[in-house]
Write a protein that binds this ligand. Structure first.
Ligand code: ATR
Length: 273
């Protein structure tokens, strides 16, 4: 049981998103408790982003995780935006240093840390499917690491916009019929989220030498990841991206090394439900 008794020294962190999810609270509070840190983490469902940020200042909240749909809007209320978050065009973490609020993006760090566990990125031919917030962060990371990227999306102008910003190729979902030339195939759409029977990328289009990455973290093993494993591909499931971005946030909030195993356990238990 997490002790929620605070004192004037307790540092407060929280998530702000359109709806509350218990995940941030679980993962961070258990890690705080594990390291006996005087921190506590709350989850807030927020519609008025401007006043939420004023509240962060007024209450000296140490750190905020920012979830959908506020990752873009929140940027205009901060004092500084980290260069990377500016390039991605979204903030998912805010740190309060003596009243100065700085926005960061740890989504790309989570994705690249997870992918680099199984492969080098430089020079690899990489297919990214999707052009939303997750895809922006992933493409930024891949481009930085020297990947040769093509992006496909259902809505063409969104893929084109990312392609222009990062100087990469783009195309339509029609191209999913033949993806044999790619070393790494990444799903950054929401297809498959909470639906174990849904995938945009068919089993038949994959081959065993390919590495398959999915941003979907619920179910823990998406249809895409399950089928890719059956073929013999190396896989990176979405919960790893989620875990590594949370680890980055935890370390930024506290200055302590994150208890990775403890955080991984609680995340997996939560995603199974
Ligand atoms: P996130 O921030 O999690 O990436 P998002 O910004 O809403 O979420 O992006 C969702 C992505 O999934 C988009 O690329 C979306 O395609 P569109 O840009 O055409 O909307 C994609 N997506 C969602 N449902 C889809 C579906 N049924 N078929 C194909 N793509 C889908």
């Amino acid at each position: 049981m997490i002790k929620m008794i605070t004192n004037p020294e307790t540092k407060i962190c929280a998530s702000i998103a359109g709806s509350t999810s218990p995940l941030g609270c679980l993962i961070h509070n258990i890690a705080f408790e594990h390291l006996k840190l005087n921190y506590v983490y709350f989850a807030f469902a927020v519609t008025d982003v401007e006043n939420a940020i004023k509240g962060m200042r007024a209450l000296s909240i140490r750190g905020l995780s920012v979830g959908l749909p506020h990752k873009i809007e929140v940027m205009k209320y901060l004092d500084k935006i980290d260069e990377t978050a500016e390039l991605i065009g979204a903030v998912n973490t805010i740190i309060n240093e003596n009243g100065i609020l700085t926005g960061y993006n740890s989504d790309w760090i989570g994705a690249m840390t997870a992918l680099k566990e199984v492969t080098k990125i430089k020079g690899k031919k990489i297919l990214v499917v999707g052009a939303g917030g997750a895809a922006n962060a992933i493409v930024y990371g891949l481009a930085k690491e020297g990947g040769k990227i093509k992006i496909l999306n259902r809505t063409a102008f969104k893929a084109e916009d990312i392609a222009k910003r990062f100087d990469i190729k783009f195309g339509s979902l029609e191209e999913l019929k033949d993806i044999s030339k790619y070393d790494i195939v990444m799903n950054a759409t929401s297809v498959g989220f909470k639906n174990p029977n849904e995938s945009l990328i068919s089993k038949e289009s994959l081959s065993s030498k390919q590495i398959v990455f999915d941003t979907i973290f619920q179910p823990l093993e998406s249809k895409l990841i399950k089928e890719a494993k059956e073929i013999g591909c190396k896989v990176v499931p979405g919960w790893k991206m989620l875990l590594y971005q949370a680890i980055w946030q935890f370390e930024k909030y506290t200055g302590n090394k994150a208890p990775v195993k403890v955080m991984e356990k609680v995340l997996k238990e939560w995603a199974k439900e």
